[in-house]
Each structure stands twice: as C-alpha cells, then as structure tokens.
Design a protein around this ligand. Structure first.
Ligand code: CA
Ligand code: CA
Length: 385
C-alpha cells in the first residue's frame, strides 16, 4: 500500500494512485473500544451493544442569553423546521471518543433547518437549473489539482468517479493489523457520481426520495448557496439533533431500540461481514422512513453522513466560543496530518456498534472537502433574518 500521509493529494485522488487500499476509516468511523466483546465468524473480537454514556451537567442560561433569537421570525420556509435558539451542552464528557469529550455550553440563535437530508430529487432540480457539475463527474486535471504529481497516476485511472464501499470482503477475514484497516473496504469506482451512485450501470430513478450522495463539501456548499441557504455549523447540527433534549444520546431518547424498534437506518450484524438488515434498509433509505425528532427533523441519526460548515479540529471544543460558534479557522487531523478536513455528523447506514457509533448525537466525524462518498450527503440551514 502506497499512501503518502504527508501529501496534500486529495484522498479521492489518492485512490487513483494507490488503488483500493486507501480511503475509508474517517468516513465510516473511527474504530472504538467497548468493554463487551465476542468472537465473530472470522474469529475476531467484535463489540456488543453497551449503554451510551450521558452528560452529567446541564446548561446554564446567562443574562445576555435574553438577546438570543428564539421565536420564529416569519413563515417557515418549505421543507424546513424552525429550531428555536437556546443554550445547550455540546459534546459528551463520557463520550466514546476523545474529540467529543470536552463538553461545553453554547448559546445559539434560532435558525431554520431542512427537515430532511437533501434528496436526489432536490439535487436533480439544482443540476437541471444551474447545469452544475460535481467533482465526481469531472476528469481530474493538473489545473484542478495544483501540487499533485500526475506522473504517479496511471492515465487509465484518470477518469471521473467516486468512492464506493466494496462488498467483496463478506465472509473473509480482514487484516486489522493497521489502524487504517477499513481502507480495505473502499474502492474508486469510475463513473460513480450522484446520478449513478454505484457506477455507470446504476441510476437514481427509483431513489429520488433518497439522500443525494457522492457530494463533496464544495458541491454541498454550491447547492446551499443556490438554495439561499448554507451548511449548518457543527454546533447548530448537534443542537438541532437534540430535538430540545440536551442529554439524550439519540434524537428520540437514550434507548437505541425503544420497545425493540429500530429508529434509524444503520447497520445490523457484524460489520463489514454481514448486514442483517433488521431496519429494512441495507443501504440508504427514503428520507422520512423513520420518526422525526422533537424539532421535526428526520434522519439526524443514520441514513447518510451530513457535511457541516466547520473545519475539523479534534480539540476545538476546548476553546469554542460560547455564542454561535463557527468552528476553528484551520483543520488538523492527527491521524492524517496535512489533510484539512470538514466536519461530518450523524452517522450512516454503514454505522454499527462493533465499529462506528457515529449515529450518537455527540459523535464527530470528518472528511477532506474534496471527497464525496457513497454514504455521505448533507442538509442545509437558513439564518433568521
Ligand atoms: Ca440499515
Ligand atoms: Ca443523516
């Protein structure tokens, strides 16, 4: 495997250079440590569900918080929900990952948020009106990618495409000796893009109500601008996911399976060997397939990851401003230095208790802005005037 960690080569392009063994860990989730485990069919230790740790403190209002925008200032835009301003705790002091543990208080002005992830139908309209072309649909050129040594790339691989999960490892023991072992699970698929999510032979004709995928951060930002909206900040996203309950682990409460019912589209079974499909959706699901949270937002947990506007810094929570934090002014991921990343939230249909619990409200994720993936989309917000 030839992965140059210090390179500024975009990750999706790294796939062209190095082949299959390149991308993945930081989109499907950091591997986690949980106390319970059992052996899977490949003889590996796998996790079993544990109760999520919850915040121990509560947010405290201050006199200046009286100035926050709380009441909806006008008519709710179509397809959006009003998120009333307020004070809340972001993060979880006992969360599973270090980057979510600096629990802190934020005070946010109210805003509108898309009730659902942006769908293929929504994005199709955007493309029809604007003729916008996503990065996955463009042939990589030296002009587009200054600093990239194109001599490393087989010309045959310089074709438009995007990164898809490969299922060829089902039943096969995966080499987990390297911390980036999930790279084995992903591959660059020529011709894969939002309109052809699994490659040239696929399309979205029967998926118009599914979330659009293979959208990188720039594509998402372009859509949001066209729609007169913007991407949410990380704090706005987490606050909205709470649905008015700051100490819930999930948008519906603290029990992942209330009365044994699946409340979100995630992965059941031993990832990546077997998808037991207990929630009825082995891949993405039509938006609104599961109940909304207290603010009327759907799929804030699971289905597809959602881009936020913030740069990702693992220790940002330690110095985040209290009022309307906009994220840090730079990015650093110690696992992949030299690759600035934007925040992603909410987990996806590939998240699973034995690997990635990105579907927890406080879980943080990140991706390079140029990387669109099969399980990553977005939703927009709109500021109060
Ligand atoms: Ca599922
Ligand atoms: Ca989602």
């Amino acid at each position: 495997m030839a992965v140059n960690q210090s390179s500024k080569m975009p990750l999706w392009l790294s796939v062209l250079v190095a082949g299959l063994f390149v991308v993945g860990a930081f989109w499907i989730g950091n591997s986690q440590t949980v106390s319970n485990s059992k052996k899977n069919s490949a003889g590996e230790d796998v996790a079993t569900p544990t109760a999520p740790a919850l915040a121990k403190t509560t947010a405290q209002r201050r006199p200046e918080d009286a100035a926050l925008i709380v009441r909806e200032p006008g008519k709710t835009p179509p397809g959006m929900a009003w998120i009333p301003g307020g004070v809340t705790l972001i993060g979880n002091a006992e969360g599973e990952h270090e980057d979510e543990r600096a629990e802190h208080e934020v005070a946010l002005d109210g805003f509108w948020m898309d009730a659902t992830e942006v769908t293929n139908r929504d994005f199709q309209k955007f493309v029809q009106v604007t003729k916008y072309v996503t990065l996955a649909e463009k042939t990589p050129t030296a002009a587009d990618l200054p600093g990239v040594d194109f001599s490393q790339i087989d010309p045959e691989n310089l074709k438009p495409g995007s990164i898809c999960f490969t299922y060829q490892y089902t039943g096969k023991k995966i080499d987990k000796s390297h911390h980036q072992w999930p790279y084995q699970l992903w591959g660059y698929v020529k011709g894969a893009n939002w309109a052809h999510p699994d490659g040239p032979d696929s399309n979205v004709a029967d998926k118009l109500d599914h979330p659009v995928v293979h959208i990188n951060w720039d594509d998402a930002t372009a859509y949001a601008k066209w729609a007169g909206k913007r991407l949410p900040t990380e704090a706005e996203w987490e606050y909205a996911a709470h649905g008015g309950k700051s100490d819930w682990a999930y948008p519906w409460g603290n029990d992942q399976l209330p009365a044994g019912k699946w409340m979100h589209n995630v992965w059941q079974g031993e990832f990546p060997y077997k998808n037991e499909n207990l929630d009825g959706f082995p891949e993405s699901s039509p938006v609104k397939s599961f109940p909304a949270n207290g603010y009327g937002l759907y799929d804030m947990s699971g289905n597809v990851w959602e881009w936020c506007s913030d740069w990702y810094l693992p220790d940002y929570y330690a110095f985040s401003p209290r009022k309307n934090p906009q994220g840090p002014d730079h990015s650093h991921d110690p696992n992949e230095p030299g690759m600035p990343k934007r925040v992603q939230r909410g987990g996806s249909f590939m998240c699973n208790v034995n690997y990635c619990t990105g579907y927890r409200i406080s879980a943080r994720m990140k991706g390079t802005p140029d990387s669109g993936l099969r399980h990553t989309g977005f939703r927009c917000v709109k500021s109060a005037p």
